[in-house]
Structure formats: C-alpha cells, structure tokens
Design a protein around this ligand. Structure first.
Ligand SMILES: *[C@@H]1O[C@H](CO)[C@@H](O)[C@H](O)[C@H]1NC(C)=O
Ligand SMILES: *[C@@H]1O[C@H](CO)[C@@H](O)[C@H](O)[C@H]1NC(C)=O
Ligand SMILES: [Mn+2]
Length: 389
C-alpha cells in the first residue's frame, strides 16, 4: 500500500518545476548560449570527424590554406589478397584520434608537441575509384603530386621542415602523412615523390616483405597489388637500393624470395630480432642503412601483434607491441623523412577501436619524426630509477 506521504514526495519536484525548480538558474531564458557559456566547441567525442580535430580542408581544390604537413586519406582496398576493408582505414584512424588534439599533444616520451612546430591540416580523402584500379592509382598519384607542389606555410627553421635541401629544385615541399588504404597506395606515392627527390630509401614496417615478384599477373594490371608494389617501384627506378624492412614474420614460397628481396634493395629485420638484439640495435641498423638519404616511412599496421592491432587484412601472430614499435620509431628522429603512411587498417575486424586508436597515436609519432632533429633522451637515467626501487 503506497502512503499519501510517499506520493507527495514523488510529485513535489514536478510541482516545483512548474514554478521554480530548486536546481535551475534564476533566469534560465534570459541569456543565449554564446553570452552565457562562450563559443560552442567540440568535445573529444563530438564534432565532425577530422584527424586530431584539425581544420578539415579539401586541399585538392581548396588552396585558401597553406600547410607544412598534410594528413591525406586514400580509401583504396581493391588490390588486397585476403580480407578487404582498408577503404575504411582513414575513417577508423580519424575516429581513433578523437581524444588527440593540437593543444594537448605534448608527448612526455618525445618531450615535444609536434603540432607547435608545423602547420598541420587534415586535407580530407582522395575520391578514388572503387571500380577501376588503374584509374584509382592515377587519382592517388595526381592527388599526392598536387599537395607536394603547394608552397609550405613556412616554419623552415625547424630541422625536419627543410625538405628543400633534398629536393631537386631546392625548394621546401610539404610533407604528407597518408592514411591508407591497402599497401598498394605506396606505388602512386613513390611515383609522386620521385620527380621531387629522385630515388629514395624506404623504411618499411610490416609483417610481410611486399616484394613478391608476381602476386597476380595474368594481366599487367593484376601485377599491381598490396604484396608486389615495392618490386614494381624498384623496377621503375623510384627507390634506391638502401631500403630496409622491420618486423617481418610472414611465410614465403621459399628462400629465393629473400634473394629477390635483396635484389630490389631491401635489408631484413625480423620480428624476432627484437629479442636477440633489442630495440637499440634495431634502431642503429635502420639508421646505418638509410644514412642521410631522403627517406620515406611506410608503416603497415600488421607490424603490431594482432592481439593489439587485430583490424587488418592479413594478420600474422607474434609481432611487436605498440610500445616496442613506438620506441623504435622515436630512435629514428633526425633522419631525412620526406613522407609517411599508415596502411592496412581495416576496422571491420577491430575490437573496441583498439587498432584505430593505436594507429592514430602512431601518426602523432610520425608528426614528431618530421619536426624533431634527434631522438629524445629521457632525463632520468636508468641507474637513478633503479636506485629508487
Ligand atoms: C600560415 O598560416 C596562417 C594561418 O594559420 C596564415 O595566417 C599565414 O598567412 C600562413 N603563411 C603563409 C606563408 O602561407
Ligand atoms: C647500391 O648500388 C650501388 C651501385 O648502383 C652500389 O655501389 C652499392 O654498393 C649498392 N648498395 C647496396 C647496399 O647494395
Ligand atoms: Mn604491407
């Protein structure tokens, strides 16, 4: 039986709301939002989707904004050999970046906020054909060359911004961080970089070598795949013979494929090498290999163990962790990076957005690689840390 006292308590707030709710502002309708709370802004989990909440500009036709570094999506996945879905990679990486932002991007392990040294724009996605791969490859090359040809915004006192010292025309060109897309997108990217820088070295993080001589090949177009593009790029003269893989652990038809891999300019760092030699040695090996040549960083998300990055087309167990990989990346600061990508993020296979969030954080590392002139050294020495324990 419900007492009348109980009913009175339940209905009291409703009665009050008709006159004056006890918790409301004394004059709720007097002021509009803007005078009462200031500008409308986006929360980490709200607003339109752009990388790290950067200004989103369709840079291919909108020339009103200059930039030093462009984030550019290439939603292409029609040359994959196993699970497709990387056309949604740019979406997933942007979504994974929503808790990132230029005003709170100071990374303790980098000791820097990369956004404060360069003007970074999200330049949107290249509208690539989903039906004709030859057309799509030309669209990606055209888009990349269009951005490379733009004047930079002008922070050329920053180490990494001095791309002109490597460019044939002596001019500083913008750098592009491309969000793939399957790995095939690197072929049109290397075709675009060649006229500006000549043959370049590639640092290639991946579980797979991607130098298959023929993966497909009944028609000429069928040779252009996410597992053969490096062979094609080398044969076209776009790459120097001082490239290097890191994180490799795929199975092959036989050892002859590694001879071929060397013939097209690559040295091999296996995933297991991290146990035998450690991150410092891997960093040294990569730095020695590419030296001071112009270098392109191509990062396949399947480098990372599928336990931490399941959202990819051809997962290979027993890979590096996110922490190990980020440490190796930091060790590469100061090399002459002319561009970077992150590819093969296929969010349909993700769990709790973990792959997209990791990929977005790696893009922030690429930004730091572009602006920092040497690897950061942690102030507190390991000995000191030990002493405290
Ligand atoms: C750089 O960008 C700022 C806006 O962010 C603009 O005011 C300035 O004119 C740009 N500089 C050049 C050289 O384009
Ligand atoms: C690269 O090729 C040049 C000649 O084209 C050769 O002198 C050099 O030894 C080669 N380097 C490597 C690492 O194979
Ligand atoms: Mn790959």
């Amino acid at each position: 039986m419900i007492s009348s006292e109980f009913l009175a308590l339940v209905f009291l707030p409703v009665v009050l709301a008709h006159g004056q709710h006890p918790f409301s502002d004394p004059s709720p309708s007097a002021e509009p939002w803007a005078t009462k709370y200031g500008p409308q802004y986006d929360l980490g989990y709200s607003g339109p989707l752009s990388f790290s909440h950067l200004p989103y500009t369709r840079c291919l036709d909108d020339t009103s904004e200059t930039f030093d570094i462009a984030i550019l999506g290439m939603p292409f996945d029609t040359a994959t050999s196993y699970r497709p879905g990387a056309r949604f990679g740019p979406y997933a990486i942007r979504s994974g970046s929503r808790r990132q932002g230029a005003t709170h991007a100071y990374a303790l392990n980098w000791q820097t906020n990369p956004y404060s040294f360069a003007k970074v724009l999200d330049c949107g996605d290249v509208p690539v054909s989903a039906y004709d791969n030859a057309l799509a490859v030309d669209q990606m090359e055209t888009a990349y060359m269009t951005l490379l040809g733009r004047p930079i915004n002008g922070t050329s006192d920053v180490h990494g911004m001095q791309t002109g010292k490597m460019a044939k025309d002596g001019v500083d060109h913008p750098r592009v961080i491309t969000l793939g897309g399957d790995h095939t997108i690197v072929l049109p990217i290397l075709r675009s970089l060649y006229p500006v820088y000549g043959p370049i070295s590639v640092i290639h993080f991946d579980a797979h070598i991607d130098t298959w001589p023929t993966l497909g090949g009944i028609t000429e177009q069928e040779k252009v795949t996410h597992g053969s593009f490096f062979t094609l790029a080398f044969e076209e003269g776009l790459m120097s013979n001082t490239s290097i893989h890191a994180g490799i652990r795929n199975k092959l038809e036989g050892p002859s494929l590694i001879e071929h891999d060397e013939a097209v300019g690559f040295e091999l760092i296996m995933a297991d090498d991290i146990d035998d030699f450690g991150t410092e040695d891997i960093i040294r090996q990569i730095r020695n290999r590419v030296g001071d040549s112009p270098v392109y960083l191509s990062f396949d998300i399947d480098t990372i163990d599928p336990g931490q990055a399941p959202a990819t087309g051809t997962p290979e167990p027993a890979g590096w962790t996110g922490r190990e990989t980020k440490r190796i990346l930091r060790g590469l600061a100061g090399l002459n990076f002319v561009g970077a990508d992150i590819v093969e993020v296929a969010p349909a296979y993700d769990n709790a957005d973990i792959t997209g969030i990791l990929a977005a954080g790696l893009v922030d590392d690429f930004l730091s690689l572009f602006v920092v002139d040497k690897p950061p050294v942690r102030q507190k020495k390991r000995g000191a840390l030990k002493d405290e324990l």
